[in-house]
Design a protein around this ligand. Structure first.
Ligand code: NAP
Length: 284
């Protein structure tokens, strides 16, 4: 990459940020697209988030990605949010147009693109079980609701966050059947009756499936099992378990890839080369 006086800057705000695969993936895309844009990791501690966001304006960044733990808090410092980011209450992409910062959330659309690489779905006749009720669950839930999915059941550790999810979705998507169970409830039937099972918790991140073992027992070959967790080029424990049941499965790499691609599209109006981005992170 040749840095010149005209190079435009975009970054990722996170704490920590050193583990992020985004700089590799996004810079590979910019290079292949022939764009004079450089993507940098920005280690921002929570108490400095406001200053860092103002810095994006001051230094004329074209935008930024936002990762853990800033996705929710960053919304306070932006000038506007798009409709879905406002519903989700979290932002993973900032666009700077002449000092006006808008917040977007490409996690959900990234998830849908990854899902549609694996399977063709008639959303209006399907239901999904989403494990987790945090930011990722909301992003994926909104994207599935926009696709017209028939119903979503949240399966979560704590009852209060699951209830909050249901209230939010009932308010914003009145056509959607939304319900919840906790891991202490009997959730076998909802898994059996749903086509799609999504893990939007960190269970499996350390390479082992320490979580509700009952979930795996209910998987059949007819399920589409989506793990948002990614472990480099390795399959996640949930994927491995789903494959043993001959289910359709996917890990979180596809979502990571496409949420990044959607962010590039927001910054540049152009479609990045997915194969090159995938290659950049798969060789890691
Ligand atoms: P979050 O907002 O902190 O929410 C985490 C959720 O997981 C909560 O509902 C929490 O339940 C539940 N949870 C946490 N630890 C658990 C455990 N040990 N057992 C059972 N449930 C547990 O996090 P998030 O931003 O939604 O992220 C969730 C996962 O998605 C992370 O692993 C993240 O890496 C992944 N993700 C992947 C991508 C991608 O591009 N592939 C993008 C975004 C996120 P309580 O409500 O009970 O606390």
């Amino acid at each position: 990459m040749k840095i010149t006086g005209d190079t435009k800057i975009v970054g990722i705000l996170g704490d920590p940020v050193s583990h992020s695969l985004s700089p590799l993936m996004q810079n590979a895309a910019f290079k292949a697209m022939g764009l004079n844009i450089c993507y940098v990791p920005l280690h921002v501690r929570p108490e400095e988030l406001g200053a860092a966001v103002n810095g994006l304006r001051a230094m004329d960044f074209i935008g930024a990605n936002v990762t853990i733990p800033h996705k929710i808090e960053v919304t306070r410092y932006l000038d506007k949010l798009d409709t879905d980011a406002a519903i989700i209450g979290a932002v993973n992409t900032i666009v700077n147009i002449e000092g006006e910062l808008s917040g977007h959330n490409t996690d959900g659309s990234g998830f849908i693109r990854a899902l549609e690489d694996e399977v063709v779905l008639e959303y209006s006749s399907e239901t999904a079980v989403i494990m987790g009720a945090g930011g990722a669950a909301r992003s994926v839930g909104v994207a599935l609701a926009r696709k017209g999915i028939r119903g979503i059941t949240i399966l979560n550790r704590s009852k209060n966050r699951a209830q909050e999810f249901c209230l939010l979705f009932a308010e914003n998507f009145p056509e959607l059947a939304v319900s919840y169970k906790t891991f202490d409830d009997d959730y076998g039937e909802v898994i059996r009756n749903s086509k799609i099972l999504i893990n939007a918790t960190p269970i499996g991140m350390k390479g082992y499936l320490k979580g509700p073992s009952g979930v795996v027992d209910k998987i059949t070959k007819d399920h589409v099992v989506c793990d948002l967790v990614y472990l480099g080029s390795e399959e996640t424990p949930l994927q491995i378990a789903a494959n043993k049941k001959e289910a359709t499965s996917m890990g979180g790499i596809g979502m990571l890839l496409y949420q990044g691609a959607e962010a590039i599209n927001l910054w540049t109006g152009k479609k990045p080369p997915i194969k090159i981005m995938r290659h950049a992170i798969e060789i890691e």
